[in-house]
Every structure is written in C-alpha cells, then in structure tokens.
Design a protein around this ligand. Structure first.
Ligand code: UDP
Length: 544
C-alpha cells in the first residue's frame, strides 16, 4: 500500500515536470519573439495576449486532468477533458480571427493541431462520462460512506446502526471517535474506520461560540481532507450528525460526491448556538443534495432557520418489531436485581441523562407518588454539562421523599427487558424532542406512554388515544397524569394497545429503510443536481 502511494506520488511529480517543460516549449515562441504584451495597445497585441492565456489555461487544465487521472473520480476527469476541448476550440477561433489583422495569416498547422486537440478533449470527456455511467447504472446499489461524529450510542447512532447494517456490503462508516458504536457496527458486519478528531475540535459542542470554533479549524481541515480522500471511492456521502455535515460537506464536494444529510436535531435555540445554527444551515444548503428530517418538527425548524424546504423530506426512525418479549420470571428477576419491591408501580424513563431530557422533572413528580418507583435507563453520554447534571440527579434522588425509589440502571445495550417490566413509560423533555425513539419503544412494548407536548413527541402520540401528553417541564401535571394511569388500569391498557398497533403500522424498520434507500439512490443518480428529493417526498406521501 505504501509502495503504491509512493509510486503514484512519483508519477505525479514526473507528470508535472513534463507538463511544465511542454508549457515552456509551447509558449516560448510567443515570449521569445517578444510578441507578448501584458498591457496590449494594438488589436494584434490583444490576440497574442489571448493566445497566451488560452494556451496557459489549456495546459493548466491538462495538468489537473492528468493529476486527477491517478485514482480520483472520473466525473471530474470527464469535465476537465471537456473544458480542455472547449479551451482548445476557443484557441482555434482566435487563430481564425488573426486573419482579420493586416499582415497576419492563418497558421494551418496550428489550426489543425487545435482542432484535433479540441475533438480529442471533448470526445475523451464524453467517453469517460459514458464509462462512468456504465459503472454506476441506476439499478446498481450505490456505495455509501456514512459519517458520524461520535463513538457513543445515542438515538441518531442507533438509527444509523440499523441503516448501515441493512446495506453492510455496500457501505462503510467513518466515526470521529472510537467507542461502543464502532463495536456495534463491526459486529453487524459494517466496515468501520475511526478518523479521530483533534481534542480542540472535539471540545466544540453545539453551543460553542466563535473563538472556540476558530481554534479547532486546523484539526477540522485535516479531517476534512482525509474524508475527501476516502469518499472518492463512494457514490454518496451520508452525514448523520451536525459535525459530520460541517466536515463531510466540503469533503464530499472535494471528492465530487453527492451528499445526504440526516438531520436528527431541532435547529433552534436551546439545542444550538446562533453561530452553529447558521453554520449548519449554510452547510446543508451548500453541500447537501437531500436532507432527511426525523419529524415534521425537525423539518419546520430547519426551514424556519433558513434551510431549503425543497431538499428536505421527513422520514421517522424505524424499529425492529421484537418477536420475543420477557417472561414473567425475567421481569421478576430484573426487579429484584434493581432492588424494587414486587408490588411497586414502576415508571421507566429511558434515554441519556441530560438536562433537556428532563429526568429532574420526573423525580420532582415522583415525590407526589409515594408508592411509585422510577427506573432511569441511560447515562450522561456526550458533554461535561451532562455529567454534572447526572451528579445533580443522584443528589436529587437521595432526598428523604425519594430515597430508595429511584434506580439508576446506567447505559444498557439491551433495553427491551426494562420496557417490559415498566407500568408506564415517561418522556419528559423540557425542550422539543426532535423525534423520541423511547416513546416508540414504549409503544411497541405495549405500555402506556406519557410524553411532553412538543416537537416529534407530539407527532408520535395522539393524546388520549395512543398516549397522554403533558406540558413540558410541568412536574405537577406529570404527577397528576401518572396518578390517573395508576388508578385507572383499563385506561392504561387501552392506551397501550392502541399505541402498539399504531407503532407496528407506522415505524416498522423495513419500511423506513426502504424510504431512506430511495433517497440514497435518487441522490446517487442525480449526482450534483440540487433538489433531488421532491419526487421522493411525493412518493413517500403517496406510500403513506
Ligand atoms: N438507549 C439505550 N440504552 C440505554 C438508554 C437508552 O440503548 O441505556 C436507547 C433508547 O432505547 C433509544 C435511544 O437510546 O433507542 C435514545 O433515543 P432518543 O431518540 O429517545 O434520544 P436521543 O438520544 O436521540 O436524544
């Protein structure tokens, strides 16, 4: 591999030397005869001046073309060939214009050479374009390079795990950090590489300001170039997070690859700083051929922040419908391993520990329900603020009114048994949730679900039919609604059954994967044309 890289480098150097020598020989007569004037006065001097620049342009493009010929995208190659052809044609026309200058005649040898160069350039461009189309016909499976900034397993990563696993033979994933996500991808048979992001750049989160963002530029540029090199052997780059878009967008452009951006966040205050919001929208509008939003709320926030509506399509997360659920004995043993009494009413809250996820709201509500126990599934995954919040939650859980009733289960890769042992699943985000996978997981487990009335959560649950919605951050209302479910088992059972039916119909993984694959294929076929998703959006609406 190293020998190959060395050979390519030497070949490029030799080529550049040859091209420079050719350029010198081609331009020498013009320069040597002192016919070239950089500030032309007479008509004939303008012609020489143009002649010089056409030659220079043609040689420059020829150089770039030859350079690209060593292992990069053929589409750049074909465009460069066509450009060389056009420049040479202009040169020929210039040669003809010279006949109108008194005392000047057409140099027939120059003319024929120019015409030949023009035909060869344009023909090579068209042939390489045709060969390229033959290599990636519309019905071939596009090769996709997925990018994700984290090695941890958040909701966006679990969705990507499902997408990439289903097309493992035609995909590769690049992560900017190592972690359990890489292990999960590899055990699903997905080729995964870690291109580590420098510490400066890693420290920049979605709330970062200008000075912190500027300090990480060198690390970002380095990563971008490495991704651009990797992207050259793929048909589509698929950015799964905001940082993946900001770094992967320019990289995909450099590699001549179209890009799909999967937007899992609500682009608004509370989730992003103003600067990061602008940067994300700029990158999405400039580099993404298609944007997949995980809910209508996510799409609406994207558009109202300046994102292009015509490129954005809503596709919810998909879920594998579990065929086997926990037995009564499994549930019993899990309860006792957590130290929960057999007759206790269990409230499950699943998801990473972060202030905006609202675990503190549930603990506050729990104070009004002396017999209930809460299980908090998940950990602080991403930032120091989250870790600090987790510490404060432990303090809150230790107050006498809650002592022994709050069980921190930590991050679990197997979540099903926890949903199965719950009496109710609560989602309490204080900011609008972009999607809310845990809500659908609760529905699939046939549990009554209570969620905050905002964002994607309010789209998933139909109030009083498939679940109950409460005002975000209102612990009193949450306590009242939990009490209502505890005292009315029939209502709880009806809500749970309606929810399970709806979840089966709407969020089956194979249907969601098919929609995402349609966007990928359409993007791969449309190459760099903008707005390719309009048709797909229509198809998806039709299918729905
Ligand atoms: N989850 C998990 N293990 C845990 C806690 C949560 O695998 O210990 C999963 C949970 O089942 C859900 C995802 O993490 O699939 C969280 O997704 P959600 O959309 O609720 O929140 P996000 O992390 O995307 O903000």
């Amino acid at each position: 591999m190293a020998a190959m890289i060395m050979m390519k480098r030497n070949a490029r150097i030799a080529l550049m030397v040859l091209l420079t020598a050719g350029l010198w020989l081609a331009l020498k007569p013009t320069i040597g005869n002192r016919r070239l004037t950089f500030l032309p006065v007479r008509w004939s001097e303008y012609v020489d001046f143009m002649d010089f620049w056409f030659n220079l342009g043609a040689f420059g493009l020829l150089g770039i073309t030859a350079w690209l010929a060593f292992g990069t995208k053929e589409k750049i190659l074909s465009r460069a060939f066509v450009m060389v052809g056009i420049i040479t044609l202009l040169n020929v026309l210039l040669e003809l214009v010279q006949t109108s200058i008194p005392g000047r005649a057409v140099d027939m040898a120059d003319l024929w050479a120019g015409l030949l160069g023009c035909v060869i350039g344009i023909a090579s461009g068209l042939v390489s374009q045709r060969l390229m189309n033959g290599r990636h016909p519309n019905n071939a499976v596009p090769q996709v390079l997925f990018l994700d900034q984290t090695g941890r397993l958040g909701g966006a990563e679990l969705m990507l795990l499902d997408i990439a696993s289903a097309r493992a033979a035609d995909s590769e994933v690049i992560l900017f950090h190592d972690g359990e996500f890489r292990a999960a991808l590899e055990s699903a048979g997905v080729k995964t590489r870690v291109f580590r992001l420098g510490d400066e750049a890693s420290a920049v989160d979605r709330q970062a300001g200008l000075s912190r963002a500027l300090r990480c530029v060198p690390g970002l540029v380095d990563l971008m170039l490495r991704i651009a090199r990797a992207a050259r052997s793929f048909d589509v780059v698929y950015a799964n997070t905001a940082k993946a878009l900001i770094i992967g967008g320019p990289a995909a452009k450099l590699a001549g690859c179209p890009l799909v951006f999967h937007l899992h966040d609500i682009v608004a205050d509370g989730h992003f700083s103003a600067l990061n919001r602008r940067l994300l929208i700029f990158c999405a509008n400039t580099f993404a051929n298609a944007v997949i939003a995980n809910s209508e709320a996510t799409k609406a926030a994207f558009i109202s922040s300046g994102g292009r509506a015509e490129r954005c399509v809503v596709i919810p997360n998909g879920f594998l419908i579990p065929e086997v659920r926990s037995t009564a004995a499994d549930i019993e043993s899990r309860r006792s391993s957590l130290g929960i009494p057999p007759d206790a009413w269990i409230v499950l809250m699943a998801g990473r520990l972060a202030h905006w996820k609202g675990q503190h709201v549930l603990l506050e509500a729990l104070q009004a329900m002396p017999d209930a126990h809460a299980v908090l599934l998940g950990d602080a995954l991403f930032t120091d603020e989250d870790r600090e919040y987790a510490r404060r939650l432990h303090v809150q859980a230790a107050v006498p009114a809650l002592a022994g009733r709050v069980h921190f289960a930590g991050f679990q890769s197997e979540t099903l048994p926890f949903f199965d042992m719950a009496d109710v699943v609560v989602h309490a985000s204080v900011f609008p949730e972009p999607f809310g996978r845990v809500i659908v997981e609760g529905m699939l487990a046939c549990k009554p679900v209570i969620a905050s009335r905002a964002g994607g959560a309010a789209e998933i649950l139909q109030h009083e039919h498939t679940g109950l919605l409460v005002e975000p951050g209102n612990a009193r209302e949450l306590a009242d609604v939990m009490m209502r479910l505890k005292n009315d088992p029939k209502l709880a059972a009806d809500l749970a059954q309606n929810a399970q039916r709806t979840a089966h119909d709407t969020y089956a993984l194979h249907a969601v994967q098919a929609k995402i694959e349609a966007v990928i294929r359409e993007t791969a076929c449309c190459e760099n044309e903008q707005a390719p998703v309009a048709e797909t959006t229509a198809q998806i609406r039709q299918a729905a």
